[in-house]
Design a protein around this ligand. Structure first.
Ligand code: ADP
Ligand code: MG
Length: 698
């Protein structure tokens, strides 16, 4: 019997080679093929006649026949491959400079092909450089028939090699739909489908592959988008309620006691309104016995740490422990020393748990945590590891929340006790997205920076201005200021990046022989890193050459200059974080973006945004426009499902419905135990690892 789980090689027309190629695209079963969704659609209304083409910013689709093709020898031995396309209104050249041996074998003269690209002027003619293409020849749909909607599939060389371009995929799909298959299970409960007027899943999937009309295609897409957003909202709702319908009860922190007051009275500065309000919000959450789930948003340098300290002391004053989690060891170490600085005079035992502790030390620390001898524990992700047992954990603070996932938050919740949760982020989330990403959290926002801060002035410089830049740097150092010089470090090119940073370090030492220069990168032993950081903060180093390890949270108010090398390689949020390392004191601070040119239009746009504004919220919105919500979301990092269909900006209406449906469902059937919800429970369990079994017992 054939089922949706039947391996794809049992489909007629799929041999061993195609089986392998399809596997590279994640298609292993009949079901996978049905879920291999078109990436876009072609219809006459979206095709531009060649005669009407203009040089322009955005991409266009042209559809025509290949008239001629040739490998052309260019200047300096640089060859290219050209295709001449004719659509009856005019002719257009498509050109490739790379992958010539591959691309030159792709087309046949007379073939119908749709090309997608950005028209650029080259001399007197217009051309498309390295366009995407879809071969339409051989399809049973004549490509130009009015009204036909042609789905186009994501391609790859592996698929092309076995003739599985869009035409080939469509052919396989038709064959699949001729198979006598049982109905595809629909995880969405009937009552939700009815309430929101949603197409059954199987019908929606068939419709996106073979759309009879635009109206039906839209209905089908709406159903698939709803599913994505519904799953997302369900995960959020589930993590908020920990698998129970009602908000759980948390520990009660009744009053601000002696520890809180001792800290508050000795603060070296006046709190900003935003900080005060955040502390009030927290206090309101924790004194009633409800469970706090609060997100604290505030730009870099807005002083979130102080708020966290206040919250932790409220816990301590009521006899509870508190934990503070940071995304990196350096940051955890820094938090630890900031805590010492601010509450060292108070009777509080603080522990630091990092991966670099020795066995015996670790055992001693864990013991002290489990007996309650240590009241505040600072550390990295290691804090949610299984062997950490608290005596009476009342509050967990997570710094730089965007690095932690929803599911990790849920994991914390499952650690026996049910602590209050405060998560802090310097990545401002545009309003439109806050609900989605943090739908399970209440939000406090610190809008202003502490008084007296001047915005960092930002400059874009090229290699030729390096000497002038160093001259400026020399002047700042002469005034007793300090500087960071930052190099990118990404995983894919880690070894090379590290060498760059080390070479930069040598170069700076040679250029500033009479200055004290330090080097900091993630590969150094923890003790050494800490020593370098401490030296820099204490003013024993003038210049710190570092990789992106300093990105998050490091605080040295006397540093007034940051030079970011290869700035074109950083993302916008990261650049903003880095820039936030300076301007933390009252001195005017400077950020220099050293970027090589020519640069990609995307890199150029990012750098321009940074010059335009220092407001984190505006920046986040621009970032969202530039990158699109999929990327912004960084779902791989957050552990949330990837959105393939839904767009968080344009599908807000569907999002609202999905959210409402998810909340209603969790209220009705918190552990998804009803038979009607079995498919859904199965999906959440297998795909996202939700321990629904546990929830059912508890
Ligand atoms: P972030 O929100 O980026 O985590 P921090 O908590 O590290 O910011 O604070 C940045 C700096 O501002 C620290 O040196 C901190 O001591 C200082 N700071 C915090 N609040 C105030 C305030 N109200 N007035 C002046 N300085 C403050
Ligand atoms: Mg911080």
């Amino acid at each position: 019997m054939r089922s949706w789980h039947t391996p794809i090689e049992h489909l007629k027309g799929v041999g061993p080679q195609r089986t392998r190629a399809l596997a590279t695209a994640g298609v292993r079963t009949f079901r996978d093929l049905l879920w291999y969704l078109p990436r876009r659609y072609l219809d006459r209304s979206t095709i531009v006649p060649i005669r009407e083409l203009q040089p322009q910013q955005g991409g266009v689709t042209v559809l025509g026949q290949v008239r001629a093709q040739a490998l052309v020898e260019g200047l300096r031995g640089r060859s290219r491959f050209e295709v001449l396309l004719d659509d009856g209104t005019g002719q257009l050249v498509c050109v490739w400079f790379q992958g010539l041996s591959w691309i030159s074998k792709q087309f046949q003269t007379g073939q119908w092909v749709a090309f997608h690209g950005v028209p650029q002027r080259y001399g007197a003619r217009l051309q498309l450089v390295h366009p995407d293409y879809d071969k339409l020849e051989g399809d049973s749909d004549p490509p130009l028939r009015t009204g036909a909607i042609i789905p186009l599939y994501p391609g790859s060389q592996a698929l092309e090699r076995v003739n599985l371009n869009s035409v080939g995929i469509r052919r396989l799909l038709r064959r699949l739909l001729e198979e006598p298959l049982p109905p595809l299970p629909d995880p969405l409960p009937e009552w939700i489908r009815t309430r929101y007027g949603l197409m059954p899943l199987q019908e929606a999937l068939i419709t996106v592959h073979i759309p009879p009309s635009w109206a039906l295609l839209e209905e089908a897409q709406r159903r698939l988008k709803f599913d994505e957003l519904f799953t997302l909202q369900l995960l959020l709702a589930w993590s908020r309620y920990g698998g129970g319908a009602q908000p759980q009860r948390g520990p009660v922190f009744e009053r601000a006691g002696p520890r809180f007051r001792a800290f508050y009275e000795r603060l070296p500065f006046v709190l900003t309104e935003g900080q005060k309000q955040a502390i009030r919000d927290i206090y309101r959450d924790v004194r009633r016995g409800g469970l706090m789930n609060r997100l604290l948003q505030g730009d870099v340098g807005s002083g979130k740490t102080i708020v966290a300290i206040a919250a932790m002391l409220l816990a301590l004053d009521s006899g509870y422990q508190a934990a503070l989690m940071a995304p990196t060891e350096i940051l955890a170490e820094q938090h630890y020393s900031v805590l010492q600085e601010h509450i060292g005079h108070i009777d509080v035992q603080i522990g630091l748990l990092t991966g670099s502790l020795g066995r015996a030390e670790r055992a001693r620390l864990l013991e002290a945590i489990s007996t309650g001898a240590i009241q505040i524990l600072v550390g990295t992700h290691a804090l949610i590891q299984e062997d950490v047992r608290f005596h009476r954990l009342g509050l967990v603070v997570i710094d730089e929340q965007h690095r932690f996932g929803v599911l990790q938050r849920a994991a914390l919740r499952r650690k026996g006790s049910c602590p209050h949760l405060l998560v802090m982020t310097a990545t401002p989330i545009p309003r439109s997205l806050a609900l989605t990403l943090y739908g399970d959290l209440d939000v406090s926002i610190i809008r202003e920076l502490p008084r007296g801060r001047k915005p960092v002035s930002t400059h874009l410089v090229s290699e030729t201005q390096r000497e002038a830049l160093y001259g400026f740097l020399e002047g700042e150092l002469a005034r007793g200021r300090q500087a960071y010089i930052v190099y990118p470090l990404v995983e894919e090119s880690e070894a090379l990046d590290l060498r760059n940073a080390q070479a930069g370090y040598a170069q700076i030492r040679a250029r500033f022989p009479h200055r004290r220069v330090g080097l900091l990168h993630g590969r150094m032993p923890a003790g050494e890193k800490e020593a370098v950081m401490r030296a820099f903060k204490a003013g024993e180093l003038d210049i710190l050459v570092a990789t992106t390890v300093i990105e998050v949270g490091i605080d040295a108010p006397n540093a007034t200059v940051i030079v970011i090398e290869h700035a074109e390689r950083f993302g916008l949020a990261q650049l903003h974080q880095l820039r936030g390392r300076v301007g933390r004191g009252s001195e005017r601070a400077h950020c220099f973006l050293v970027a090589s040119s020519p640069r990609s239009p995307e890199a150029e746009a990012r750098l321009r945004v940074l010059l335009e504004t220092t407001d984190g919220f505006r920046l986040a919105e621009r970032d969202l426009e530039l990158r699109g919500p999929g990327d912004f979301f960084g779902t791989r990092q957050t552990g949330l499902p990837e959105l393939r269909m839904a767009n968080l900006l344009t599908d807000q209406a569907i999002l609202q419905q999905a959210r409402e449906a998810a909340l209603t469902l969790i209220e009705r059937d918190p552990s998804l135990a009803e038979p009607a919800h079995r498919e859904l429970a199965e999906l959440l369990r297998t795909r996202y690892g939700l321990p629904l079994e546990l929830a059912r017992i508890g």
